[in-house]
Design a protein around this ligand. Structure first.
Ligand SMILES: [Zn+2]
Ligand SMILES: [Zn+2]
Length: 389
């Protein structure tokens, strides 16, 4: 179970904004969120997990009590921001050393910080913007980071130069498993235009969009607070929705407008959903692992109906619209959140969503359960419709 998943972070955000969570704390967080927070008897959930939620800028700590940040407040509102907006913000805010970890004090004494997530994302984007290589091994990114000593703020020319000459992770001769670095690269692969197959990150963007995003990513700078918890709050207060970044339109990647996909109107939460569904490499990975030609909604076997093609199916993402793809730390992107549907059913499902959300005056589903329920309802209607044929 990965606590770095966007939907889990939203659940934790809801908990910390509505309950008191203390260091000595009870099992309240287990009961209220339904998450296991597995830990030895002697360790409280706080002791084992608070570091993750500090790294994700959801909480700071004051006298053994969790203090929710403005980021936690925003994540609790359904449809206020997308997973993409949140992750791009964390990319810009994350530093090494981190205010969430011991060793932060050194920064106040004038040590420069590095921006490892900025580095990783910009490296992946530069590989599209430059040589247009969509597949990058996680170890290649880690090797480049160690070998370059880049801060993450360098420009595209510097990244392209680095790509051409840096040593591989093996050549650097580090023996230790860079587990934390691997995990954080998988963490950002929840962004809609990325996905992870376990050992590589695959980027599905047009070269133009990749360059736009690259140029719009800038590490958040100081002055830094000396106290790590105050620094977390300082950074978190800078979180806004992505409206000042026009790259969230993914102009040349989505190409056609959102309406064509079946939604009756475009919005940023719907765009996030569609970027995932149009992610061509994710599609290849999905059908590679689950070769099928049958629509999950109407059960039409598209191979039987159209024997000259392998299949006529779209991928539909069944989490809330603003969610990214979830990642498992071993296998990469979780394919169980995707279902294959024929294009007609897919359009009708999006229209069904529109109707449901309009009736409930919300921009997005509240949580995974609601998203799955509404998908099941739409599917039920489609199956019912079939009966008179
Ligand atoms: Zn169908
Ligand atoms: Zn869909």
């Amino acid at each position: 179970m990965s606590y770095f998943q966007y939907d889990i972070l939203r659940t934790v955000a809801r908990f910390v904004t509505t309950h008191v969570w203390t260091r000595g704390g009870s099992n309240l967080i287990r009961d209220e969120t339904g998450l296991p927070f597995a830990a030895p008897e002697t360790h409280t959930p706080w002791r084992n997990y608070s570091r993750i939620f500090k790294l994700c800028l959801l909480v700071s700590e004051n006298d053994g009590v969790a203090v929710p940040t403005p980021v936690a407040q925003i994540l609790t509102q359904a449809g206020a921001v997308t997973c993409d907006e949140y992750l791009h913000f964390l990319v810009e805010a994350t530093t090494d050393p981190s205010p969430a970890l011991a060793g932060w004090k050194a920064v106040a004494e004038g040590q420069a910080v590095k921006h490892p997530l900025c580095f990783a994302l910009k490296y992946l984007l530069a590989k599209i913007a430059g040589p247009n290589e969509p597949i990058t091994s996680i170890y290649e990114v880690i090797g480049a980071y160690i070998d370059s000593d880049f801060s993450g703020d360098e420009d595209d020319t510097a990244f392209l130069g680095l790509m051409a000459k840096h040593r591989s992770y093996e050549e650097i001769g580090k023996n230790a498993d860079p587990r934390q670095a691997r995990e954080s690269i998988k963490f950002i692969s929840q962004i809609s235009y990325l996905h992870s197959d376990g050992s590589n990150i695959i980027t599905s963007l047009s070269q133009e969009d990749a360059m736009n995003i690259f140029q719009d990513i800038h590490p958040i700078s100081g002055p830094r607070e000396e106290d790590g918890d105050l620094e977390i709050q300082r950074l978190a207060a800078l979180f806004k929705d992505g409206s000042e970044h026009d790259f969230f339109d993914y102009k040349t990647t989505i190409v056609s407008d959102v309406v064509e996909s079946g939604f009756s109107e475009g919005s940023k939460v719907k765009k996030t959903h569609i970027v995932i569904e149009r992610n061509s490499k994710l599609r290849d990975l999905f059908f590679d692992r689950k070769p099928t030609s049958v629509c999950d909604a109407c059960s039409m076997d598209t191979k039987k109906k159209y024997p000259w093609v392998e299949r006529v199916l779209d991928l539909h993402h069944i989490l809330p619209l603003s969610s990214g793809t979830r990642v498992d730390s071993r296998t990469g992107t979780m394919l169980n959140d995707l279902v294959p549907v024929c294009p007609t059913c897919h359009r009708s499902i999006h229209r069904f969503y529109d109707g449901h959300l309009k009736a409930s005056t919300r921009k997005d589903f509240l949580n995974e359960k609601e998203a799955r329920d509404i998908y099941a309802q739409a599917k039920g209607e489609i199956v019912k419709g079939d009966c008179h044929v």
